[in-house]
Design a protein around this ligand. Structure first.
Ligand code: PXP
Length: 239
């Protein structure tokens, strides 16, 4: 059975639009878990544009499934992560001006820095996932520096238009997933997945977990968190 982890950053984005107290991403996490989510993800950005340190502290106390902290590989965020001790971290590239995480990590080019952080997290008993493009060289590099998990970026697949490009991009995701699995890493996938495109990815045998944020939160605004999560879980199960 595939796992579904839900990113609740966008609840915090709505709250920060008034710099107030509601809606609370912690409440959203509780509702997502009650509806059957297998994990909660938040991205603590260096500019704190949505998730705040307080959210992370509260989520650490409340999340009963698995708390995954998405983060840039910087000293300040690493210190926070080691203090909070989430169940796992996902290292992502981060640019201040981007609307969302745009591409995967360049593992080869930043090998020493990423390997050093992986060692630090392993000493703290925290699993490390690397968010990478569906690129076999990146998969091999992640394995070489002992990542526990790779999260394959599905953004280009999700944005592909027409059957030919969609199949080509899905093929890249499948190949990367198969290689990562063969090398002994756990395989997650995410970015841009929605109620229309999720099933092709959830049908990939090697993918153990899907990370989904925007489409579920967007639907939740209209139909409620519980229904939005259940509908996504049903689609994933049926694939
Ligand atoms: N995985 C990673 C590493 C991400 O950065 C994001 C976006 O926060 C997601 C998954 C979820 O993407 P989306 O919000 O498009 O579902």
């Amino acid at each position: 059975m595939k796992r579904l982890s839900i990113n609740v950053d966008h609840i915090a984005t709505l709250r920060q639009s008034r710099k107030g107290r509601e809606p609370d991403p912690v409440f959203a996490a509780v509702l997502a878990e009650l509806a059957g989510a297998d994990g909660i993800i938040v991205h603590l950005r260096e500019d704190r544009r949505h998730i705040q340190d307080r959210d992370l502290e509260e989520l650490k106390k409340i999340v009963k499934t698995r708390l995954n902290l998405e983060m840039a590989n910087t000293q300040e965020i690493i210190r926070t992560a080691l203090m909070i001790r989430p169940d796992m971290v996902t290292l992502v590239p981060e640019r201040r001006e981007e609307l969302t995480t745009e591409g995967g990590l360049e593992v080869n080019l930043n090998q020493d820095a990423i390997a050093s952080s992986i060692r630090t997290f392993h000493e703290g008993g925290i699993l490390v996932s690397l968010f990478i493009n569906p690129d076999l060289d990146q998969v091999k590099a992640a394995h070489r520096i002992q990542a526990d998990i790779v999260e394959i970026h599905t953004g280009v697949y999700s944005d592909a238009i027409g059957v030919k490009d969609t199949e080509k991009e899905l093929g890249r995701v499948i190949n990367a997933a198969k290689m990562a699995f063969k090398l002994g890493m756990k395989v997650h996938a995410g970015h841009g997945l929605n109620y229309q495109n999720v099933q092709r990815v959830s049908a990939i045998e090697e993918v153990e977990e899907l990370s989904i944020g925007h489409s579920i939160i967007s639907r939740a605004v209209l139909v409620g968190m519980e229904r939005a999560v259940r509908e996504m879980r049903d689609l994933i199960r049926l694939a």
